[in-house]
Write a protein that binds this ligand. Structure first.
Ligand SMILES: Nc1ncnc2c1ncn2[C@@H]1O[C@H](COP(=O)(O)OP(=O)(O)O)[C@@H](O)[C@H]1O
Ligand SMILES: [Mg+2]
Length: 287
């Protein structure tokens, strides 16, 4: 069997066990991510998405069950997580709040410096990462993170993760709070990282449209359990089911469902505007 990059088995996470605030945030979650695969992670607020993301690079430790990263099991406590963290990079929600150095160059170099790399190697990684996110070091390197736009700050934070050269990126609500242009630029960047670098992605989002563009497969969490694990194309067209899980189906899926009620069924069910155009060509007798 092909090895998974990420393999999570019956994972349970209990916050503050044995206190009045005890909370079972994950309750037996299993999932796999193959090398180069893009997985979407959705679910109502409080369903456990951020908790699950933090298990993927060992920031949180399993209460029960197991998390393996490229075959390495994350221990319940202790252990050296260097290789795990080098393999899986985690971008927190609102990561720009954690930019703190005086210049972008220093900020993005923070992780590589901590790896004990030489100044030349740190410089190479910083330049590569800033280039990847569209903030070339020659123009942006000496700027303060605080002098950037919201979208640029978010991409600068991503550069800090990319400078560690991970094989898998886990992104917690990467487009939340960005304007449409900033969000589109980030989604394009993620698509390129996957296509050109073969990176695996785990993308948490409540914007189903974003997931439709980015991922192949989707896991929906509900109260700390996996409610669905299916190809994105199947799931995004189950409009009623998504509704029941507090997720809004993409506008195109809702339109497809309405048209089907009116007797016009589109095959295959479209996820993008150009797919919809193609599917409507016949029925509308477009040229
Ligand atoms: N640090 C924490 N301490 C205690 N409870 C927490 C903590 N973080 C999250 N929780 C609880 O765990 C559950 C899952 O939270 P979270 O993983 O943040 O969900 P999501 O990201 O899907 O909104 C929620 O009930 C939340 O209140
Ligand atoms: Mg969250």
């Amino acid at each position: 069997m092909k090895t998974s990059l990420l393999e999570i088995c019956d994972l349970v996470h209990v916050y503050m066990p044995g206190t009045p605030f005890e909370r079972r945030a994950l309750d037996g979650v299993s999932l796999r991510v193959a090398p180069g695969e893009a997985l979407g992670l959705a679910g109502a607020s409080g369903s456990g998405k951020s908790t699950l993301a933090q298990h993927m690079n060992g920031l949180l430790r399993p209460t029960q069950g197991s998390v393996r990263v490229d075959g390495m099991e994350i221990p319940q406590r202790g252990g050296n997580l260097g290789r795990v963290r080098a393999t899986v990079g985690l971008l927190f929600q609102f990561p720009e709040q954690q930019l703190f150095e005086e210049t972008l160059e220093l900020d993005v170099g923070f992780g590589p410096r901590n790896l004990g790399l030489s100044p030349v190697e740190v410089g190479e990684r910083v330049a590569e990462a800033l280039e990847l996110v569209g903030l070339p070091v020659c123009r942006f390197g000496s700027r303060s993170p605080f002098a950037l736009s919201g979208g640029e700050r978010r991409r600068a934070a991503l550069a800090g993760v990319l400078a560690m050269r991970p094989r898998c990126l886990v992104l917690d609500e990467p487009t939340a709070g960005l304007d449409p242009r900033g969000a589109a630029a980030l989604l394009d960047l993620l698509t390129r990282l996957r296509e050109e670098r073969g990176m695996s992605l785990v993308v948490i989002s409540h914007r189903m449209e974003d997931l439709a563009r980015l991922v192949d497969r989707m896991v929906v969490l509900s109260q700390g359990r996996v409610a669905a694990d299916a190809p994105v194309r199947d799931l995004l067209h189950r409009t009623d089911w998504l509704d029941r899980h507090s997720l809004e189906a993409p506008a195109l899926s809702r339109l497809t469902a309405r048209l089907a009620q009116e007797g016009l069924s589109l095959e295959p069910a479209p996820l993008t505007v150009s797919e919809a155009e193609e599917a409507l060509r016949g029925p509308l007798s477009l040229g």
